[in-house]
Ligand binder design. Structure first.
Ligand SMILES: Nc1ncnc2c1ncn2[C@@H]1O[C@H](COP(=O)(O)OP(=O)(O)OP(=O)(O)O)[C@@H](O)[C@H]1O
Ligand SMILES: [Mg+2]
Length: 312
């Protein structure tokens, strides 16, 4: 099992989009994947099977538990997504650093319930910054992936992030990969890319995720990138990235993803059909009831009934 914290000081650089896309691609390629939402914005939680709604157990309950029961809470909090093999642990709007008494709680909970037996990959999506909330993720992770924009603040943020991690977290994990996101190939972006390459040459992925509005569309319409928009440039680049990050055979991954896409579309079509049938039969039932009621009413002579109607 590989546990990866997805982290960046800067907000809005594509951490959640990266976590969702990589998890979905790995799951479609046949791996068992768990994504943990460690952000009070709980955007990752939107991919849960039953949509975004308050759930009885979430990551906050794990943090607020004693070590003895945190493992059980972690298992209780797991929910399914539309994809087989891809599970998530949702977050809570009120999640904050105050919920955490022990920054090792997630690591201990994962060990306690032997999570490594159930999953091949665990990705932890974080809110921007680096305080106790992110520290808890880092203590549980083996490595850090940093999706980033190519802008002045983003590059400065990575230098800062790298410095802090080397200083405070050298004992647990380090930045393994930096993934340029929303790449448009402008001169300005290329300048920042050169600057990053000069500093962290072996960590920058060769695959740059292009700017593509399809990510927003997928979230808005609750679609899966590799099922509904497989032939977008965003999906193609993510599959290339999977090959690069996890050393997987790209051709084989494409085949597996295409197979799952067909099955998924068939299942969704079947589901739609059943729902339509159900709605139609409910409609027919209502119509029947209405007719029956009209018929009964036509048989009743109000004046024959003792307490109904005007008897004056
Ligand atoms: N490659 C891309 N091209 C175009 N839009 C993108 C790309 N990646 C992400 N986005 C969009 O950018 C916005 C921010 O992305 P996302 O929520 O993944 O960032 P984040 O780093 O998780 O943000 P936060 O720090 O608030 O958690 C979203 O609307 C998303 O759809
Ligand atoms: Mg996010």
């Amino acid at each position: 099992m590989r546990t990866i914290a997805v982290l960046n000081y800067k907000g809005g650089v594509g951490k959640t989009t990266f976590t969702i896309s990589v998890s979905q691609a790995l799951a479609m390629a046949g791996f068992r994947v768990l994504a943990i939402d460690n952000d009070s914005q709980h955007h990752l939680s939107f991919v849960a099977e039953k949509g975004e709604q308050l759930r009885p157990t979430c990551i906050r309950d794990v943090y607020r538990s004693s070590v003895g029961i945190a493992g059980k809470k972690l298992l209780d909090a797991i929910v399914e997504t539309k994809l087989r093999n891809f599970h998530i642990i949702p977050s809570h709007a009120e999640l904050s650093g105050h919920d955490i008494k022990d920054p090792y709680i997630l690591q201990k909970a994962m060990e306690y319930c032997s999570l490594h037996r159930f999953y091949d990959y665990i990705l932890i999506d974080n809110s921007p910054g680096l305080d106790i909330l992110q520290e808890t993720a880092l203590r549980a992770a083996d490595e850090i992936f940093v999706p980033t924009e190519l802008s002045y603040f983003a590059v400065n943020g990575i230098i800062e992030l790298h410095r802090v991690i080397e200083k405070r977290f050298r004992d647990c994990c380090s930045i393994t990969k930096i993934i340029p996101n929303a790449y448009r190939g402008t001169n300005r972006q290329n300048e920042y890319l050169d600057a990053l390459s000069a500093l962290y040459r072996d960590k920058i992925t060769e695959t740059h995720i292009p700017y593509d509005t399809v990510f927003d569309t997928c979230m808005k319409e609750q679609k899966t990138l590799f099922v509904h928009k497989l032939f977008s440039k965003a999906a193609a680049h993510y599959l290339k990235l999977i090959h690069e990050l996890f050393d997987l055979d790209e051709g084989r991954v494409w085949e597996q993803v295409c197979d799952v896409k067909q099955t998924q579309l068939r299942n969704e079509a079947r589901q739609r059909f059943y729902e339509q049938q159900k709605r139609a039969s409910q409609g027919a039932e209502l119509e029947e009831n209405k007719k029956l009621k009209q018929h009964l009413m036509s048989q009743v002579h109000l004046e024959d009934m003792p307490f109904v109607g005007n008897r004056e």
